[in-house]
Every structure is written in C-alpha cells, then in structure tokens.
Design a binder for this molecule. Structure first.
Ligand code: NAD
Length: 476
C-alpha cells in the first residue's frame, strides 16, 4: 500500500551538493529526508566521477613516476597490470567513502530513501523505491540536487568501443588506440589515464585550445608534456562521421589541416560537456523555471521561483564542480533554517587533475580582460623553485593577479605538480581581501612549492628573491 510520508525538508539527489545540504540542515535542527537511487550518498562524484577518476590518475602517476625515476638512477621493470585488481581497489575506495557517508546520515538522523523522486505538486513528491514500490512524500521544503549527465554526441551508436566518462572508468581492457572527443577537463584527465596505461591517445577538440577558459600560459606547460604523453592533439577539428566496423571505430575528421581520410580507433571516448538533470522531475507542475540549456533558475540563496524549493549544484548552473555544489547546499540549508545566507563567492577554485595539474581561482587574465579590469600580473616560473627542482618538476608556473590600484589579490593561477592543493591559498587570500603584501610578508616554509605563491606576490613589486628582473629604462 502506498504511504504518504511527511518530512520538513526533502533533498532530491545525494551527491556532494545534496548530502552537504542534508547534513547541514540536520545540524541546524531540521528533519531531513535525502533521496537517491544509489545504495548510499555520494552521487556522480563518488560513484562515477571525481573519486574513481582520481584513483585512476593516482595509478597513472605511479606509472609515470616509476618511469621517470630513471633520471635519478632508479630503474624499474615495466609495470605488470592487473586490471581486475585495479577495478577492485577503485571499488573499495568508492565503497569505503560512500559507506562512510551512509553512516554520517544515520548519525545525523537524516532519513535516506533509496528512491527516485518527481514532483506531483510543489509540496508533494512521488517516490519510486528501488524495490518497485511507490510512496508519496509531503515536504515543507525541497532542495533539488540532481546533478548532471554526460552530453551525447553524434549518431547514437551502441558499441563497446564507444565510451563516456562513466563507463570509461571501468577499464576492462586497455585499447591499443583511443580517440578522445573533447579537450576539456574529462577528456584530458581520462585521456591521461589511458595513455599512462599504454593506449595511444588522440584528442580531437573543436575549439582552438585545450581547456577553453583557462589562461594560455597556464595551459602551456600541460600542452608541452602532452606532446609526449599523447599521440596527437587535433585542435579546431570535429568528428564529421563515425561508424563501427569489425576492426574498430572508423572516424572521419573535418578541420584545419586534417586529412579527410578515415582513421580507425580501437575505442572512442566522448566527453563534450555535461547536461543538467532537470528533465524527469516534472517541473511543469511547479512554477520552477529553467533556462534554454535546462539549468534551474535560482536567486542568491539558490531559491527557485517556488519560495520553498531550492536548487543547487550542476542542475543550478555553471561551474559544474562538486565543491561549488557543496557550498551552495550549505547556503540553501541555512536559508531554510532562517539564517541570513547568500551564495556570493569571490573565488571558486577550478582544478584539472592532469600532469601537471592546472588550477585557478578568482579572475583569470581572460576574464579580467573581458571585464576591462585594471590589473597587475606577476608570474613566478617554477624553474626558480628549489622544491620543484628536487621533484624534477620545474615545468610549473604560479601567477597572481592584483588590482592595479590597491594591490588586492583578485586572481591566482597555478600550473604544476600539486597545483590543486596549492590553489586554496589563493582562494583564501581572495576571500579575505588580502593584498599582495600580505602574501609576500607571510613566511612560507622552505623548501616547498607554496613558496612560489609568496614569490609571485613579491614579484608584483618588481623583484622576488629567486628572480631578478633588470630594471627597464621606464622603471623608476
Ligand atoms: P568540458 O566543457 O570541460 O569540455 C568539453 C570540450 O569538448 C570543450 O572543450 C568543447 O569545445 C569540446 N567539444 C564539444 N563538442 C565537440 C565536438 N563535437 N568535437 C570536438 N570537441 C568538442 O566538458 P567535460 O570535459 O565533458 O566535463 C564536463 C564538466 O564536468 C566540466 O564542465 C567540469 O566542470 C566537470 N568536471 C570537472 C572535473 C574537475 O573538477 N577536475 C573533472 C571532470 C569533469
């Protein structure tokens, strides 16, 4: 018999947005029901995104580190790969993390329903449980945190040779050749994994650069390394035709300077962006509005056109990043609990976990130019960093953007090993309204890569200890 359940707050979707919102709301005293089809909270990030891909990138790093140890006089035999064991280990990481989130749910008394939900009315949800039964859930408040899914590309070919970002994580065999369509976050991260495992990787990107949106000088060290890692990177190129034949996927390219002659790839990985999961929620029976791409429209508190319904994370707009979703979740939960909250970050860090990593936050050189901001920019090349030399990774760059008048830090970009860890100092500096002197005068431990942040700030004033710029005639 279908039941009518009641809850103060229903959170639809238990990814990093949904579970952060649910936990925070429970901590603020609300009675919360969290719904997701997976056995535990975790969402795309834990089950088929950030965490499994980073586990595989760790494997890739072990392989390349072992190979590059040769320059230090250490030679290892080529790796033996047990793909079953690799998958099992990744699975264990996922299970451990999602299981932990399940425990946190129980500890906070958040009711977790393994179910899919759609709106019947703006206060009523139809709940479809995993076991096939159905209930109705009446909720005073709702947070929609349903995330996104991979965008489809071209003809809908059903083939084991065609992968998206989800099934590419289940490495059942290493393809001899792999075509990656899309030179964005996912294409470069997963392409790097497959290349380290031994596949010959070709990347085809429609735009004129990899990682569109990131500053050119930050992408340059990555492009240089990818020249050796990947077989080929084809920019300003699209796939004109793709079909499966016995010996592989037959692909025809169109673009600048590309041969029209078809080429055969063992496998193809499509990563041309992601789409918000707003369809299938039956939003038509509510006043909630979406834009033409399907993103739910929200205000600064992440409130939709229905005052008691909020939307957070990928479904509520760019950037589609887990940490942005979590931060929005806390804002929405706070608003529901009656707190004065707003989602107004000055800096949302972006990290591409390639080798080297690329990370940035706040304004980029591109965005500053587009907004007509008057900025001073200083760069500290890692060739001048002792720590980078000891790691054989002098190929990095740390860059800082400050307001030309006040020296207030408004942006930071880092390319290099571990950039993803280092960028948080930039985010904190921006959020706290720090000026370049603050970073310059903060004593950073030696020898670390974090010194490059301090030295980039020093370079704003002309010189930094490990770089000497001869005075130009125009310098005072
Ligand atoms: P993306 O938007 O980063 O890159 C897609 C790329 O595909 C773009 O450069 C685009 O120009 C290109 N493209 C589109 N159509 C094409 C075509 N027909 N032929 C060739 N190229 C084409 O998208 P993604 O890599 O799929 O990642 C999706 C989202 O997931 C990203 O927006 C990102 O926010 C998120 N993500 C983040 C991380 C991270 O934080 N490290 C990792 C993975 C994914």
């Amino acid at each position: 018999m279908p039941e009518t359940l009641k809850t103060q707050l229903a959170v639809i979707g238990a990814g990093p947005g949904g579970y952060a919102a649910a936990f925070h709301a429970a901590d603020l005293g609300l009675q919360v029901t969290l719904l997701d089809v997976q056995p535990n909270p975790g969402g795309t990030c834990l089950y088929r995104g950030c965490i499994p891909s980073k586990a595989l990138l760790h494997v890739a790093k072990l392989i390349t580190d072992a190979r590059e140890a040769e320059e230090w006089g250490l030679t290892f035999a080529p790796p033996q790969m047990d793909l079953d064991k690799m998958r099992r280990r990744t699975g264990q990481v996922i299970e451990q993390m999602t299981g932990g989130l399940g425990q946190l749910c129980r500890a906070r008394k958040v009711a977790y329903l393994r179910a899919r939900a759609t709106f019947m009315t703006s206060h009523r949800l139809a709940v479809f449980h995993e076991d096939g039964s159905e209930d109705t859930l009446e909720a005073e408040y709702v947070i929609i945190a349903t995330g996104s899914r991979p965008a489809l590309f071209g003809p809908l070919i059903k083939s084991d040779r065609l992968m998206n970002s989800t099934n590419a994580l289940q490495i059942d065999r290493i393809p001899s050749t792999l075509l990656v369509i899309g030179g964005g976050y996912i294409g470069l991260e997963l392409g790097s994994v497959y290349a380290a495992l031994g596949a010959k990787v070709t990347v085809v990107e429609a735009g004129d650069m990899l990682l569109a949106g990131a500053d050119r000088d930050l992408v340059a060290p990555l492009e240089k390394r990818l020249e050796h890692t990947f077989e080929e990177v084809l920019l300003k190129t699209k796939v004109a035709d793709m079909r499966e034949q016995e010996d592989g996927m037959r692909v025809q390219f169109e673009g600048e300077g590309v041969s029209a002659e078809p080429r055969i790839f063992d496998k193809v990985l499509v990563c041309v962006g992601r789409k918000p999961n707003s369809r299938g929620l039956n939003l038509a029976d509510t006043a909630i509005e979406t834009d033409n791409k399907g993103f739910i429209l929200v205000d600064a508190q992440r409130r939709t056109a229905e005052p008691h319904i909020f939307a957070i994370g990928d479904v509520a707009g760019q950037p589609m990043l887990a940490h942005k979703a979590s931060a929005e979740g806390k804002v929405a939960a706070g608003a529901i609990a009656g707190k004065k909250t707003a989602f107004e970050p000055q800096a949302i860090p972006a990290v591409v976990f390639t080798d080297p990593e690329i990370a940035w936050c706040g304004e980029t050189e591109n965005s500053a130019r587009e907004k007509g901001l008057s900025v001073h920019i200083a760069r500290f090349p890692w060739a001048a960093s002792g720590r980078a030399s000891t790691l054989s990774r002098s190929d990095g760059l740390t860059k800082i953007l400050v307001d030309a008048e006040t020296s207030q830090i408004i942006g930071m970009g880092i390319a290099g090993s571990g950039a993803g860890e280092l960028i948080s100092e930039g985010a904190l500096a921006i959020e706290m309204g720090a000026v370049a002197e603050d970073l310059d005068m903060t004593i950073h431990p030696h020898p670390t890569l974090s010194e490059t942040v301090m030295e980039s700030a020093a370079a704003i004033f002309g010189q930094s200890t490990h770089i000497y710029r001869p005075a130009r005639k125009t310098d005072k």
